[in-house]
Every structure is written in structure tokens, then in C-alpha cells.
Design a protein around this ligand. Structure first.
Ligand SMILES: CC(C)(COP(=O)(O)OP(=O)(O)OC[C@H]1O[C@@H](n2cnc3c(N)ncnc32)[C@H](O)[C@@H]1OP(=O)(O)O)[C@@H](O)C(=O)NCCC(=O)NCCS
Length: 124
């Protein structure tokens, strides 16, 4: 991680529960990418190139979902993005769409697959 300073990892832990190595259990974690479009290369769809902050991964451990942990990690980064006036985007799973909408992300998908499994979302 030290050699990838533009990759930001956020996590929430349960201090009351330990994993097998004896560390507090990881509940959700998120990976954000802060690299600028010119640093990260071409993106698809093309409107992605106007967006900077990229939510790469978000996952909450089953058993801890619907308790606000995932929202904490999205809110934290969105608040910082607002301070810096930067916009954000992601390719969301259906499970995450409502959560992201709560923080101002809107569906920017240009096409709909039959199952519509992945939703391209952005916030500015
Ligand atoms: C999507 C995912 C990350 C959400 O994580 P989470 O920790 O459950 O998220 P939150 O608890 O913050 O929010 C989820 C919902 O619970 C609701 N919620 C939050 N706290 C709550 C509480 N105390 N009681 C009841 N509901 C609550 C939120 O309002 C939200 O509802 P909404 O989606 O209808 O708006 C999780 O379901 C997951 O890991 N899914 C599998 C992987 C995945 O799809 N990741 C997303 C990739 S883009």
C-alpha cells in the first residue's frame, strides 16, 4: 500500500470480536482510488474520464449488514470529496444501489443488460 498512495483503504472493525489471528474482526472495507484520469488511463464508458474519485470495492461481512457500517465508509469519503469539490463514480452491484443513492450517486448507465446486474453511478 505504501507504494500506491492513491489507493485508499477504509475499514470498520468489531472490537468485541476477534478473528483467528487475534485481530478485531473486519466488518466492511472499502477501496477508493484517487488517481486522476490522466494517471489511470482510459475508462469505459467515456464519461468516467470526467470523474476522479473511484469506489473500487465495498463489502460488508454477512451478519453485519444493514447496520450502517457500509454507509459509514461511503459517507466518510463523500464528505472529504465534497470538501475538495471532487466528483466520484463507481460500477455498483444491485445490492449497493440504494445505499449509494443515499449519498447522492445517480444511475448513469448508458445501456441496460437484461439482468441489469451492474449499475454505473456517479455523484458530482
Ligand atoms: C452493499 C453492502 C456493501 C452494503 O453494506 P451494509 O453495511 O449493509 O450497508 P448499510 O448498513 O450502511 O446500508 C444498507 C442498508 O441498510 C440500511 N440500514 C442502515 N442501518 C440500518 C439499521 N440500523 N437498521 C436497518 N437498516 C439499516 C441502510 O439505510 C441501507 O438501506 P438502503 O440500501 O435501503 O438505503 C453489503 O450488502 C455487501 O457487502 N453486499 C455484497 C457485496 C456488494 O454487493 N458490494 C457492493 C459492491 S458495489
Amino acid at each position: 500500500m505504501a507504494h500506491k498512495p492513491l489507493q485508499i483503504y477504509l475499514k470498520v472493525v468489531d472490537t468485541q470480536a476477534l478473528d483467528s489471528p487475534g485481530r478485531p474482526r473486519l466488518i466492511p472495507s472499502a477501496k477508493w482510488n484517487l488517481s486522476m484520469p490522466e494517471e489511470r488511463g482510459p475508462r469505459f464508458p467515456p464519461w468516467h474520464e470526467k470523474f476522479y474519485l473511484h469506489l473500487n470495492t465495498l463489502g460488508t461481512r454477512p451478519g453485519y449488514r444493514k447496520r450502517g457500517a457500509g454507509s459509514m465508509l461511503v459517507k466518510r469519503r463523500c464528505d472529504l470529496a465534497d470538501l475538495s469539490r471532487i466528483n466520484a463514480y463507481m460500477d455498483a452491484s444491485q445490492a449497493g444501489v440504494l445505499l449509494y443513492q443515499n449519498f447522492g450517486f445517480a444511475d448513469r448507465s448508458e445501456s441496460r443488460s437484461e439482468e441489469h446486474l451492474i449499475v454505473s453511478m456517479a455523484r458530482s
